[in-house]
Ligand binder design. Structure first.
Ligand SMILES: *Cc1c(COP(=O)(O)O)cnc(C)c1O
Length: 366
């Protein structure tokens, strides 16, 4: 029996050739492929600057640092996300705060953000869940009123549009972070990128990516540099960047296939699913449905060769977050979503026959 996971990378011969070519070149890291990948991400998203990093968690960390987040500050994100969106706030010593979701989209609800803002709030980290953009105009309005920095966690959302902009253009934010982990829409193995339109933020991101090192125009010798803040080694390698360039060329085709699969499920399954807003043209990363007896369904699906996944356990219910005073019951919409959600297979390699077969198996166990 053919088995299906909830996600899978799509790698073809042109991807393999691009990596091999770079492995045979002079630069394995800090070379021209990283620069070219950053330029390609800028061209695709319409952002001015891009900083490629070792993974999106690193990208979120340096974005939070570049925003000036630190001890005594608060950052607001959603409970329905992967750990990194909130952990990056904790990395800086700041306090993570959550705002509940809109159950129709599973995205952070701007009205809930308003309720959680205090004197200490410094950053907002909306997450474009499943690939659908958050209501960025509303979020940007809240941020502008109070001088907050907006970091979009777009780990799910490369290729997605918000109104007439690409996610990553930073039209309604200060920085956007992408992930290129294999389950995400395009991959570099591990990898991520931060986009921004601000030269000041770009310079900070570059410094935090590489040990806090600065090299100014008057430092003419190769060995001269100054470390002005505590940075990290969050660089991407050139062979990963070469894979990224090759993958990015296929992104629009991946998006079309992902949207077609979502449309097929919507039509043929008849299960409650997320609603796509008018402002969105999502490059869907996940297809979650809501099931009454989710636990039972999960195990029956596994027996039927469908290895599904749950996205996500609400972050505020994790044991580590108890130290901030969070407990079950704090964010009822997120918790109710979690109790029912399960993500079905969604990746470009699924054929029409695969989809028919997946729908058949699901209907049988429902
Ligand atoms: C995958 C993911 C991340 C982390 O990405 P990595 O590249 O694995 O560090 C962050 N946020 C969200 C919403 C994600 O899904």
């Amino acid at each position: 029996m053919k088995t299906y996971g909830y996600g899978h990378q799509t790698i073809d011969q042109s991807d393999i050739d691009a990596v091999i070519e770079t492995l045979q070149s002079d630069y394995l890291t800090c070379g021209p492929a990283v620069k070219a990948f950053e330029r390609a991400v800028c061209d695709y998203t319409d952002a001015k600057y891009c900083v490629a990093v070792s993974n999106a968690t690193a990208g979120l960390h340096i974005a939070a640092l570049a925003a000036g987040l630190g001890k005594g500050d608060e950052g607001i994100t959603t409970p329905i996300t992967f750990l990194s969106s909130a952990n990056c706030i904790c990395f800086t010593g700041a306090t993570p705060v959550f705002a509940d979701i809109d159950p129709e989209t599973a995205n952070i609800n701007p009205a809930e953000i308003e309720k959680r803002i205090t004197e200490k709030t410094k950053v907002l980290i909306p997450v474009h869940f499943a690939g659908q953009s958050c209501d960025m105009e509303a979020i940007s309005k809240i941020a502008k009123k109070r001088n907050l920095i907006v970091i979009e966690d777009a780990a799910h959302a490369i290729g997605s549009d918000y109104k007439n902009t690409k996610v990553g253009s930073c039209t309604y934010s200060d920085m956007t972070v992408f992930s290129f982990h294999p389950v995400k829409t395009i991959t570099t193995g591990e990898g991520g990128a931060v986009t921004t339109n601000s030269k000041e933020l770009y310079d900070k991101l570059c410094a935090f990516r590489a040990h806090g090192m600065h090299k100014d125009g008057d430092m003419v010798n190769t060995w001269e540099y100054e470390m002005r803040e505590l940075g990290y080694n969050y660089r991407m390698t050139d062979f990963q960047a070469a894979l990224g360039i090759s993958q990015l060329k296929k992104l629009d085709a991946f998006k079309a296939r992902r949207r077609a699969i979502v449309a097929y499920y919507n039509e043929h399954l008849g299960l409650p699913h997320l609603i796509e807003r008018d402002f969105s043209n999502a490059c869907f990363h996940l297809y979650p449905v809501l099931i009454d007896n989710r636990r039972d369904f999960y195990f029956k699906a596994r027996e039927a060769g469908l290895n599904l996944q749950v996205h996500y356990i609400p972050v505020h219910t994790q044991p580590y977050y108890a130290q901030y005073g969070y407990k079950k019951g704090d964010y009822p919409k997120a918790e109710n979503y979690y109790a029912h959600c399960i993500s079905l297979p969604l990746y470009p390699a699924l054929t029409d026959e695969d989809l028919k077969e997946i729908v058949r198996r699901i209907k049988e166990i429902l």
